[in-house]
Design a protein around this ligand. Structure first.
Ligand code: PEP
Ligand code: MG
Length: 898
């Protein structure tokens, strides 16, 4: 069995299918040489060797692969006409890590391996360039010391010992640039670099090229188990036994004078997706110079160069002389590169990100990979490739990472501004988007400034209006399904939740992060897509929904059998969702309507009423308001089904908790303050989520169910008169027993019958239930005998199946995920293994007794792609999610079908 795979000179042992064995990079190098791309020759040590290394250690592994490595090096020597370890004509190598997927924390590249005090002289003579030889040597020690010997700074405060030496020398010599160093300076640097290695590490810098090579190979293997790599692996659920491959390759030099250079290019624009070949290069430079940002890189194409000059305010003459494009400077090299980029894109059928080096007029392609891109570019590139017939429509849909569509649907930060921003803390990316505003701590002060960020320890239903007014919502507590997160997503409002590092003091109106104090009115910016919290103003921009986005959505329709509805509580949200292609409403949370100023009073009166008569009086005031709400929503969703859920939250959420408000209420209702206080105290519960809520309210206060049913039916009848069709589906929340459902169903049907009689007219409607208590899932077969539809409330179902409080889980879930006890936050990604069993079971059993049972999901998981795929697999009729997630769910639904 081979441990080492060779590539280069148009022959190769491996191919691009061998990613697991050769890593992403290694597989690509093999494939590229197979299709005639000029890659510098080299070899890949397989990922299996890494796994073996972890079991048997360094010596045994070297013993195992030594022969193969020696033979591979001989092959390289033959192609390059140089010899590894030779003094006159030394072959220099690069060593890189390469796991199956590219991963932060893995070992960086080491270049110029093979350099030592003898080789440097050989190189100087061979290349007739002493300066270049010594420059390569000092770069090698710096890189090898940094990444192999672990001398890289570990924190911001740490200083890089090599950089320190360079800076000192520059100061001493009164120069600014590396390029100003003389040969003697470079020799001094090498001397000082070696000295600092000896001082820090206690041993001499390795001079034997083979020692250097084995050291670098082992460092790659070790980096697989480095802290950052392990953290990243755990986060993504990549198993430890994947291991990493090591790629060893002949060095080619971009810093051999003015006919050499190096660069990075993209076959299409990674920001916009436009089909424009683009990239940057530097003459007389090595790879890291382009990334390091010391010199201004020049553009590959003439057009790109002109665009750049416009932005950089560089005159055309200046541009042509000082910053010419590769196309202008080296037309034949450019033509060759342009040819390869076309070949590579056609071969990989995706946008490529390529690295190249020109060594004395000869072009080498160092690597290619599918380029990272923005959400907008993702959509445009997929649709363009489809139109260019490089991929078919299914492939185009599969190319979409549904969650990345978020970026297209919300305001975004200006990428330039974000680069310069200062991140002060991080929370959960609860609702995507970008928001910049002045800090306010109280919902009723959300309009104190023009743009505000409502900054709270947590939010409650009372904060609803303020949340609506604020540009963004930031909370110190609460997870992905906390009140703030759910409501914000519904509103399409940017929200960062559960940022534990925030110390919020309502009394002093201050926010302390890491010892620094921020006050009300201070500017702050939050990124709901990444969870980053930044100081000050960061510029935002409105996204454009390009033609390709619409085309993509249309394409998805062809494949999505499972429908997508939306969770919406207002006509505005319903319309927004409908524009995104929602085919109805899967959940209207009626309680949200009760928090508006004029309604909350009637609601409180209803709650505080001590008699049924008093309660009915208050409900009579609420009825017309509810009816109006429903008319608006039904109209927005005309012709499509609308699921309206009866009142769900505990009544305690509706009563005032502050003394001033309690006094006010007492006066309004002409009762004593004590009576108000007593009622508030009476409503308080130890476990409100498991308390007096859901259908338990409708059963104890049937008047509420009656009022809501009446409002729904009357609204539908009113619309019917205007020629608008409404399909209400009345939903009973939180049932655990069939009897609970039957009791509510009877009330609903009786009320509807009364209204029909009064109006002498009728409409079609359905009565169904949420399945969100585990017992209801277990009893599905009998419940479905009466219920016309099921809707899985997977927020509560997850809460009750795991026994994790939705509102408190933010305290321990991040630690669970960090420790690998859970792979995902189960409130975000449906736990298919456990909670999913209840979904599968209830769907299957429900349909046993009711073959026409409509089944959907309306928990937050309805907009999460993996969970959507699971729903599809289980034969659900629809998923329902917040308006801004509708396009995501539609793509996920189509992908599930493909
Ligand atoms: C649920 O529990 O999943 C649900 C949709 O209801 P709510 O989030 O309002 O409790
Ligand atoms: Mg629920």
């Amino acid at each position: 069995k081979s441990h080492v795979y060779k590539f280069g000179d148009k022959t190769t042992d491996g191919n691009s299918k061998m990613k697991n064995l050769l890593g992403g990079k290694g597989a690509n190098l093999a494939e590229m040489s197979a299709i005639g791309i000029p890659v510098p020759p080299g070899f890949t040590i397989t990922t299996e060797v890494c796994t073996e290394y972890n079991l048997v250690g360094q010596d045994a592994v070297i013993e195992m692969i030594k022969g193969e490595v020696e033979s591979a090096i001989e092959t390289i020597e033959g192609i390059m006409g140089a010899k590894f370890g030779d003094n006159e004509n030394p072959l220099l190598l690069s060593v890189r890590s390469g796991a199956r997927v590219s991963m932060p924390g893995m070992m960086d590249t080491v270049l110029n391996l093979g350099m030592n005090d003898d080789a440097v002289k050989g190189i100087a003579i061979k290349m007739n360039n002493e300066r270049f030889a010594w420059d390569s040597y000092r770069r090698f020690i710096q890189m090898y010391g940094g990444v192999v010997l672990g001398m890289k700074p570990h924190s911001k405060e740490d200083i890089d010992p090599f950089e320190e030496i360079i800076e000192n020398l520059k100061e001493k010599r009164g120069i600014d640039l590396d390029t100003d160093f003389t040969v003697q300076d470079l020799k001094d640097l090498v001397f000082d670099f070696k000295a600092v290695v000896k001082k820090r590490k206690g041993f001499d810098f390795p001079t034997d090229p083979w020692d250097q090579l084995w050291g670098a190979v082992m460092a790659v293997f070790n980096s697989w188990n480095g802290d950052r790599a392990v953290y990243y692996r755990n986060m993504h659920g990549y198993p430890a036994d994947w291991g990493t491959a090591v790629n060893v390759q002949a060095m080619v030099f971009g810093n051999m004078g003015d006919s050499s250079g190096t660069g990075v290019c993209f076959t299409r624009d990674a920001g916009t997706g436009e089909n424009i070949f683009n990239g940057e290069y530097l003459i007389n430079a090595q790879g890291e110079d382009v990334v390091a940002g010391v010199r201004t890189p020049q553009q590959i194409t003439k057009i790109g160069s002109q665009r750049w000059a416009e932005l950089a305010k560089v005159e055309e003459d200046d541009r042509r002389t000082n910053y010419p494009s590769l196309e202008e400077l080296m037309p034949s090299i450019y033509e060759e590169l342009n040819g390869y980029q076309e070949v590579l894109e056609r071969h990989y059928r995706d946008m490529q990100d390529m690295e190249f080096t020109i060594q004395e007029g000869k072009l080498w392609i160092l690597q290619t990979r599918n380029g990272k891109r923005t959400g907008a570019a993702m959509v445009k590139i997929a649709m363009d490739l489809y139109k260019e017939k490089l991929i078919d429509e299914k492939e185009a849909l599969l190319r979409i990472e549904p969650l990345k569509l978020d970026e297209l649907l919300h305001p975004i930060f200006d990428p330039k501004a974000i680069k310069k921003s200062h991140i002060i803390a991080q929370g959960l990316p609860a609702s995507p988007g970008a928001a910049t505003g002045q800090i306010v701590f109280f919902a009723d002060e959300a309009n104190k400034f023009k743009n505000t960020i409502l900054t709270r320890i947590e939010t409650s239903p009372e904060d609803l209006e303020g949340m609506n007014v604020a540009k963004g919502i930031l909370t110190a507590r609460g997870g992905m399904t906390s009140h703030a997160a759910v409501v914000a997503r519904g509103m399409g409002k940017c929200c960062v939740s559960g940022a534990g590092a925030l110390k919020i003091n309502y009394k002093t109106r201050t926010l302390v992060v890491d010892g620094k104090e921020y006050h009300e009115g201070d500017w702050i910016s939050i990124n709901g897509t990444t969870g980053n919290i930044m100081e000050g103003k960061v510029a935002t921009m409105e996204p454009e929904l390009t033609g390709e986005f619409a085309e993509l959505m249309k394409l998805s329709e062809k494949f999505s059998k499972m429908k997508v509805r939306t969770n919406a509580d207002s006509p505005k949200d319903a319309l927004a969702a409908r524009n995104f292609g929602a085919l109805g409403i899967g959940l209207t949370r009626t309680e949200h309507m009760f928090f508006e100023v004029d309604r909350i009073k009637a609601m409180r009166e209803m709650i505080l009423a001590s008699t049924v008569k008093g309660r009915k009086h208050a409900l009579d005031m609420l009825l017309p308001m509810q009816r109006e709400d429903f008319e608006g929503i039904f109209e927005a969703m005309a012709g499509l089904p609308v699921t309206v859920r009866l009142l769900d939250p505990p009544l305690h959420e509706f009563v005032p908790h502050q003394l001033a408000q309690q006094k006010e209420l007492a006066e309004e209702m002409h009762i004593s303050l004590e009576a108000v206080k007593a009622k508030v105290a009476e409503l308080e519960e130890f476990n409100p989520m498991l308390g007096h809520r859901g259908c338990r309210l409708g059963i104890t206060y049937p008047e509420i169910t009656e009022m809501q049913t009446r409002a729904i039916i009357e609204a539908a009848l009113n619309l019917k008169k205007r020629g608008i069709v409404a399909y209400p589906e009345i939903m009973v929340p939180l049932i655990g027993t069939k009897a609970e459902f039957l009791s509510q169903e009877k009330l609903i049907r009786d009320t509807a019958a009364v209204v029909f009689q009064e109006r002498n007219d009728s409409i079609d409607f359905k009565v169904g239930t949420m399945i969100e208590v585990p017992r209801a899932a277990l009893m599905a077969e009998s419940i479905a005998e009466s219920a016309e539809f099921f809707s899985f409330g997977t927020n509560d179902l997850t809460q009750m199946t795991f026994g994790y409080s939705r509102d408190d889980a933010g305290k321990f879930l991040p630690i669970y995920i960090e420790k690998g006890i859970l792979k995902h936050d189960p409130f975000e990604v449906l736990d298919q293994e456990g909670v999913g069993q209840l979904v599968t079971l209830a769907t299957k059993n429900g349909r046993k007794t009711n073959t026409t049972l409509k089944v959907g999901i309306c928990g937050e998981h309805g907009g999460e792609p993996q969970s959507v795929a699971f729903c599809y697999k289980n034969g659900l009729n629809y998923v329902s999610c917040s308006p801004y997630r509708v396009p995501i769910a539609r793509i996920a639904s189509a992908q599930a079908e493909i």
